[in-house]
Design a protein around this ligand. Structure first.
Ligand SMILES: [Zn+2]
Length: 252
């Protein structure tokens, strides 16, 4: 791991030596994406070129990287293992799952803000990003209205769960991140949503206190997913499958 000079850590705000950490958790890269023979190796962050190298950024000090972010990632890795071992059962999760989801959405939002040339887009990401950061710093007890939603997908036939991606969808006002089998959505705004859609989003919302969750067997518009989000997931699935197949054809 290379280190750079003393700079302000993007999480704790202290001037410290920063480490180049993964944007996406290493466990997902290792477990779901590094298996190139079976379609792994696909990384994408909107606005960045497509690559199969792991994306790294020197944003955090060693303490934030190891103590705050790695802890949530270890929890998510164990959660994935449990749910993969028995996908049809509802599994209990605790408060660490929300912290994991927030840390992913926040890092994706940060990456997009750094890359985007549009002032309007950066503005849209600014408030949710700040709220998520404050939550990770334990300065706020909740993240509302910028809630986090989770869908667990294991697609053993098509290999859809062997991908990493993080991208903003400004028309839909959300961030969609896929970290292996975990499909995470961070809402950037709720003011455009109908009461019906808010109720549907409520069913996938990660409860800060914990709850239960099982793998998604099918998308049911109006029940577990909104029409708008279902169409995004559909397009995401097409894009991802196409790229995975493309990589297989190129022998990667
Ligand atoms: Zn720090």
């Amino acid at each position: 791991m290379w280190r750079c000079s003393i700079k302000r850590c993007h999480l704790c705000g202290q001037s410290r030596e920063l480490v180049a950490g993964h944007i996406f958790p290493a466990f997902v890269c290792k477990k779901y994406v590094s298996d190139v023979d079976h379609g792994g190796g696909f990384l994408d962050l909107e606005g960045m070129r497509v690559t199969n190298r792991q994306l790294k950024r020197a944003w955090f000090c060693g303490e934030c990287d190891n103590e705050v972010l790695s802890k949530t990632e270890n929890y998510a890795a164990r959660f994935c293992e449990r749910i993969e071992g028995d996908p049809t059962t509802a599994h209990i999760y605790d408060e660490h799952l929300l912290r994991f989801a927030v840390s992913i959405s926040w890092r994706v939002a940060k990456g997009c803000m750094e890359e985007s040339t549009s002032q309007q887009e950066r503005e849209m990401l600014k408030k949710p990003s700040r709220r998520w950061k404050e939550f990770l710093r334990d300065e706020r007890p909740n993240i509302l209205p910028y809630s986090q939603h989770l869908f667990v997908v294991f697609d053993n036939t098509g290999g859809l769960h062997k991908a990493l991606r993080g991208a903003p969808f400004f028309d839909e006002r959300l961030l969609l991140s896929q970290v292996g089998p975990l499909f995470l959505v961070g809402l950037l705004d709720r003011t455009h949503l109908s009461l019906k859609d808010i109720a549907v989003w409520g069913r996938s919302e990660i409860d800060p206190a914990g709850g239960t969750l099982s793998a998604i067997s099918e998308w049911r518009v109006g029940e577990n997913v909104t029409e708008e989000c279902a169409s995004l997931f559909g397009q995401h699935e097409i894009d991802t499958t196409r790229r995975i197949l493309g990589m297989r054809r190129r022998g990667r």
